[in-house]
Design a protein around this ligand. Structure first.
Ligand SMILES: Nc1nc2c(c(=O)[nH]1)N[C@@H](CN(C=O)c1ccc(C(=O)N[C@@H](CCC(=O)O)C(=O)O)cc1)CN2
Length: 290
C-alpha cells in the first residue's frame, strides 16, 4: 500500500500570485506601466461568469488593471471580432482573453485567430501553439503551464519520466504534451480511441486526466506510486440532492495507489488563473520592451 500525498494547488497558486504581485509592483515602479488584462465574456453561462469574476478580482489583487467586457449571448460574431480588434490596438491592454466556451453561432477559432499573438495570454492562437511546438518562446496555455509547475515543484526533474496525457484538446491535452516534452518526459497522448486505455495509463509515472468525463480514470488504471494530475472539473448530482465537483480521476480509488494526486477542487483549477496573471505580466514586459 502506497502513502498517497495530496498536491495543494490552491496553496501553491496563492504563493505564486503573491510572487507575481511583487513582480508587478517592481515593473510598475521601473516603467510607470500598469499591466492590463481585458477579459471578454459572451452570454450568461454561470460557471464562466464565476471564472471571469475571479479573474477580475485576482488581476486587481496582483496590482494589474482589469478590463471586463460582457456581451449578450446573441451578439453577432462581427461585433465580437470588432471588440477584439479594438483591444489589439489599445495600449492600456497587454493581455486579451475571450472566455470559452462561446455560443454555437460564433466561430471560436476565428475569434482566437483575431487576438494579437503578443497579447494572447491564453496561448490559444496558432502562432503561440506553433511556437510552443517548435520550441520557441511562446505564451503558453494557463492550465497546462500550471500542471507542469506543480509537477516540477513536487518531482524536480521530469526528464525520462513516462507521462500519459488522457485527452487531446487544443487547450489542455496537446499543449500539456508539448510542455512535458520540453521537460524531456516521454509523452503519450491517449484518447477515446486509444486501444486498452487502462493498460496505457498503468504504464505512466505521471498520469494526467484531461478528458472532461467524471471519474473515468479508475484506481486500477494507476501504477502504484505514480503522480496523478486531475484537470477535470465536472459538476455531478449528489446522492442527497444538490451538486458537487469531481475530477476525471476516481479520487477515492486512487488513495493508497497514487504517490501524489491533485484534488478537485483545490488542485489544478486555481493554478489556471495564477498562470494567467503570470502570462499577462510576461506579455506586458515584452510589449513594453518592444
Ligand atoms: N479562455 C479560457 N476559457 C476557459 C479556460 C481558459 O483557461 N481560458 N479554462 C476553463 C475555465 N477556467 C478559466 O477560465 C477555470 C476553471 C476552473 C478554475 C478553478 O479555480 N476551479 C476551482 C473550482 C471552482 C468551482 O468551484 O467551480 C478548483 O478546481 O479548485 C479556474 C478557472 C474553461 N474556459
Amino acid at each position: 500500500m502506497v502513502e498517497t500525498r495530496i498536491i495543494d494547488g490552491k496553496g501553491f497558486a496563492e504563493e505564486l500570485r503573491k510572487r507575481i504581485a511583487g513582480e508587478v509592483a517592481d515593473f510598475r515602479a521601473a516603467t510607470g506601466v500598469t499591466p492590463g488584462l481585458a477579459v471578454v465574456l459572451v452570454g450568461e453561462d454561470p460557471a464562466s461568469a464565476v471564472y471571469v469574476r475571479n479573474k477580475g478580482k485576482q488581476t486587481l489583487e496582483a496590482g494589474m488593471a482589469s478590463i471586463e467586457h460582457k456581451l449578450p449571448e446573441t451578439v453577432a460574431e462581427a461585433e465580437l471580432l470588432a471588440l477584439v480588434n479594438a483591444l489589439n490596438t489599445d495600449p492600456a491592454v497587454h493581455g486579451i482573453l475571450v472566455q470559452l466556451p462561446l455560443p454555437g453561432h460564433i466561430d471560436a477559432q476565428k475569434v482566437l485567430a483575431t487576438i494579437d499573438p503578443a497579447k494572447d495570454v491564453d496561448g490559444f492562437h496558432v502562432v503561440n501553439a506553433g511556437r510552443l511546438a517548435v520550441g520557441l518562446d511562446a505564451l503558453v496555455p494557463c492550465t497546462p503551464l500550471g500542471c507542469v509547475m506543480l509537477l516540477k515543484h513536487h518531482l524536480g526533474s521530469l526528464a525520462g519520466a513516462r507521462a500519459v496525457v488522457v485527452g487531446r484538446s487544443n487547450i489542455v491535452g496537446k499543449p500539456l504534451a508539448q510542455l512535458l516534452l520540453r521537460e524531456d518526459a516521454t509523452v503519450t497522448i491517449a484518447h477515446s480511441r486509444t486501444r486498452d486505455l487502462p493498460e496505457e495509463c498503468r504504464r505512466a509515472d505521471i498520469l494526467i486526466g484531461a478528458v472532461g468525463r467524471p471519474e473515468m480514470i479508475r484506481g486500477a488504471w494507476i501504477k502504484p506510486g505514480a503522480t496523478v494530475i486531475d484537470v477535470g472539473i465536472n459538476r455531478v448530482e449528489k446522492a442527497g440532492g444538490g451538486t458537487r465537483l469531481v475530477g476525471d480521476v476516481a479520487f477515492d480509488e486512487a488513495q493508497g495507489i497514487a504517490g501524489l494526486i491533485t484534488p478537485v477542487p483545490g488542485g489544478v483549477g486555481p493554478m489556471t488563473i495564477a498562470c494567467l496573471l503570470q502570462n499577462t505580466l510576461t506579455a506586458a514586459k515584452r510589449l513594453v520592451a518592444g
